[in-house]
Design a protein around this ligand. Structure first.
Ligand code: NGQ
Ligand code: ZN
Length: 452
């Protein structure tokens, strides 16, 4: 049992002073407001719940910063993807484990306590399945176990190179499964996460480019009642190709042909008409926004003001993991809107509302929905995922309540994070994960070999 005392904590009911939180068996057992610190309580100033990164491709952390060199022609998402494929083709299971472990250590240091791993690097380097089809998934699970982050594994079904069932190309060979192979992979993946505390599983049809319409109803039931994630409408070329193939835009196609509801999460959904934006909001599905990656890849700007205005639900993901941080994603989300509308505090919703707090609350709820978390925030029954902030940080000086979140998101960045408990374990102290050094050494050894 751990007893924590916070001078101020963000509870589901709002900021509350003098909160005692008791943690047993990794979960929050009780939350007592207005409690004086008792002997034996570990005391901190400011506590917030950890957030989910609802969309991650862990292996891509290994190539962060390595695709910033202009090629011969115009560089785009599609030329980045070629670089990414070359990197993916070189990685062994040990490399993936090393890269994922450091990534998850960094996520925890920066405020993420659960990851939705949209996992498609399934097979060996020549494209043949490993003897355990979930070999790679097991490495992801091990990295979660070692770092302490909670896992929602989203095995991805990938079968085609483009719309209309086009054959995949050689660079995609490690991702590709038949429907039957994928069913076996799902079963093996369930086993791979079997011993992992707080883990759950969903399914990720990769995109309408990689999945043919008749395959979708064949694989979605394999999720049972787990979440369903799919990339949609990230690039304008994808929208054009989808229109040429079906006469419909990707989000429109999904809303008309797939049972999109609160269990679903559409990743990116960048390019939507006003009608699609409203229809997606009404569906109850989560928009899985990855603002840092979307900026990095030149995707475009999500119509966040319109989507939120229509009651839409969003969460955030670190996706390519080129930079990792709760602050980075929420700040980039708001800054994209400021650049688009040439206004400030676009997503705060109403007069007097804090932008940081608004974004934080919504991403907390949307991330939990998209990853089928039971129990949200600092409440009894929820997993004990707690982040404390360093109130001696200059950008937090003299702040209280929502101004602390604004100071963190818009000024201090992740250097404001002090301690993090993941499932009740204090894995980060003074901003450092206990495995930081070991994870960096292992990561560096892998990446040095991969870039040599
Ligand atoms: C992915 N990433 O699956 O890693 C994709 C690129 C694709 C992003 N879209 C590949 N950010 O979409 O075909
Ligand atoms: Zn993605």
């Amino acid at each position: 049992m751990t007893r924590l005392h916070f001078a101020s904590a963000l509870l589901p009911s709002g900021w509350t002073n003098d909160v005692q939180v008791v943690v047993t068996a990794g979960a929050i057992a009780s939350v007592t407001p207005g409690a004086a610190p008792a002997p034996g309580d570990e005391r901190h100033d400011i506590a917030l719940p950890g957030l989910a990164s609802l969309h991650s491709h862990a292996f891509q952390r290994g190539m962060a910063g390595l695709a910033e060199l202009r090629g011969n022609a115009t560089d785009t998402f599609w030329t980045w993807r070629e670089t990414m494929y070359r990197f993916a083709l070189a990685m062994t299971p040990d490399d993936v484990a090393a890269v994922a472990t450091l990534l998850y250590v960094e996520m925890l240091e920066r405020g993420f306590t659960r990851v939705g791993e949209f996992h498609y690097l399934h097979h060996d380097r020549d494209g043949s399945p490993y003897s355990d089809p979930a070999e790679m998934a097991a490495r992801i699970a091990q990295a979660c176990s070692d770092s302490g982050i909670a896992l929602t594994l989203l095995p991805s079904f990938y079968a085609h190179g483009s719309f209309g069932g086009a054959a995949p190309h050689a660079g995609q060979r490690r991702f590709v499964c038949s429907v039957d192979q994928f069913a076996a992979l799902m079963a093996a993946s369930r086993k791979a996460i079997g011993g992992l505390r707080d883990a759950n599983i969903g399914i990720a049809p990769h995109s309408l480019r990689a999945v043919a319409p008749d395959e979708l109803p064949a694989i979605v039931p394999l999720a049972e009642d787990g979440p369903v994630h799919i990339h949609a409408a990230e690039q304008t070329k994808e929208v054009e190709d989808c229109l040429a193939w079906s006469g419909l835009r990707p989000v429109q196609w999904l809303l008309e042909h797939a049972p999109v509801d609160r269990r679903w999460c559409l990743i990116h959904a960048t390019h939507m008409t006003d009608a699609e934006t409203v229809a997606l909001a009404r569906s109850g599905a989560v928009a899985g926004l990855c603002p840092v990656t979307e900026a990095s890849l030149g995707d475009g700007i999500f119509p966040a003001r319109e989507f939120l205005g229509a009651g839409g639900i969003f969460g955030v993901g670190t996706d390519s993991n080129v930079m990792v941080g709760v602050d980075d994603e929420l700040r980039q989300l708001e800054y994209g809107q400021r650049l688009r509308h040439r206004e400030r505090n676009v997503l705060s919703g109403s007069a007097g509302a804090s932008t940081g707090r608004t974004l934080f609350d919504r991403a907390l709820a949307g991330g939990a929905q998209a990853l089928a978390q039971t129990g949200i925030g600092l409440a009894p029954g929820a997993r004990a995922d707690i982040v404390t902030l360093d109130t001696t940080h200059p950008s937090l000086a003299g702040r209280r309540g929502d101004a602390v979140i604004d100071g963190w998101i818009f000024a201090a960045g992740h250097s404001a994070i002090d301690c993090v408990w993941a499932g009740g374990d204090k894995v980060v102290e003074a901003g450092r994960h206990r495995l930081r050094q070991a994870a960096r050494e292992r990561f560096n050894a892998s990446v040095r070999r991969l870039v040599a």
